[in-house]
Design a protein around this ligand. Structure first.
Ligand code: DAH
Length: 329
């Protein structure tokens, strides 16, 4: 028995010397150390050993097992260190990794955050509303009657069941007032949809920022002051605000707002959007008493501001997600 063990040890070690790759090593392991291997096969023979010899034979068996296992471990480590000659994927863990490109915020998201920040400092809370709307919130409650040209099916994305994709964020004025008691001071920024043909300045989806302040004795002076403070905070200390008389169904009086901002190093007037004093009909639609409450509202396109500010010539670039374009901001 001791001879058999000796023979197993010496042939095992000798054959391990000839092992040159991972496949051969695995074959060797199965032959000698595997569950059906030569070492395991010794087990049953142990029963035949006279009991007085068993301790010595058992000890020797353990020595042989340890010798084969540790030789196997060393060989495996040696093969792993050597240049891999086998097939299959080869991983060099010392090679530098592929740098992960760090993402950045989209220029529109950045503009939205900045505008929100400035208005937050002036006490405006952020309000949200759904992009799928009904005609009451998008038109009726905003004092836009059924025959108004803004309701033309060619200018709106109407859906089944009297629903539509909202064409303006003014809907959020209605939604907020309908569930909140005055006074209130909110802005809402979000997507709006209009079936415009895509070109350098038109896209069928864009973002608007909407503002609404309702309180007692709100006047045009409050409106202009707010716009002026926004312009100074956002575009810099030399920014200016100009209002031109205009018309919107939901405000009376109404005005177009221009702001003087720095465009490519020069201060230039840029049209921002509309504003005005909330029309009494709008207050009535949401159950506010127009004798008690007054307010102003404004609404602008976000893309237009960002395009002017960063000198972006084509609105489509904002939505193509070309990393070379987006990386610049
Ligand atoms: N909703 C208008 C539009 O989409 C913009 C607007 C004008 C919003 C005047 C207002 C406002 O709140 O007072 O063209």
């Amino acid at each position: 028995m001791l001879d058999e063990l000796h023979e197993l040890e010496s042939t095992g070690l000798a054959q391990l010397q000839n092992v040159a790759d991972a496949d051969a090593l695995e074959r060797w392991r199965i032959t000698y150390l595997g569950t059906k291997g030569r070492l395991k096969a010794i087990g049953p023979a142990m029963k035949m050993v006279p009991s007085q010899d068993r301790p010595a034979v058992g000890k020797r068996l353990n020595e042989v097992k340890t010798a084969l296992e540790s030789a196997f471990g060393e060989k495996r480590a040696l093969l792993a260190r050597e240049a891999p000659r086998g097939k299959g994927p080869i991983i060099d863990v010392t090679e530098p990794g592929i740098p992960m490109g760090l993402g950045r915020r989209h220029v529109i998201s950045k503009t939205i955050d900045e505008i929100t920040e400035v208005f937050a400092r002036m006490g405006f809370c952020v309000a949200y509303g759904p992009e799928i709307e009904d005609e009451w919130h998008n038109f009726e409650a905003l004092n836009i009657p059924p025959d108004h040209p803004a309701r033309d099916p060619r200018d709106n994305f109407f859906l089944a069941g009297g629903l539509m994709l909202r064409s303006q964020t003014s809907t959020v004025q209605i939604r907020t007032m309908a569930r909140t008691k005055p006074p209130l001071k909110i802005i809402s920024i979000g997507r709006v949809y209009r079936p415009d043909t895509h070109d350098a300045t038109h896209y069928s989806m864009f973002h608007q920022v909407e503002g609404l302040y309702v309180d007692r004795n709100v006047t045009m002076v409050d409106l202009k002051t707010t716009l002026f403070q926004f312009a100074r905070a956002y575009f810099g200390p030399q920014a200016e605000v100009r209002m031109r008389p205009s018309f919107f169904p939901f405000t009376e009086p109404s005005a177009e707002v221009d702001m003087k901002m720095k465009v490519k190093g020069r201060w230039q007037w840029t049209e921002m959007g509309g504003c005005g004093m909330v029309d009494p009909n709008v207050f009535q639609a949401v159950g506010y008493d127009p004798e008690q409450w007054t307010g102003f509202a404004f609404g602008w396109g976000i893309e237009r501001i960002a395009m002017r500010r960063y000198g972006i010539a084509d609105i489509r670039w904002l939505f193509e997600n070309d990393a070379r374009f987006l990386r610049q901001f």
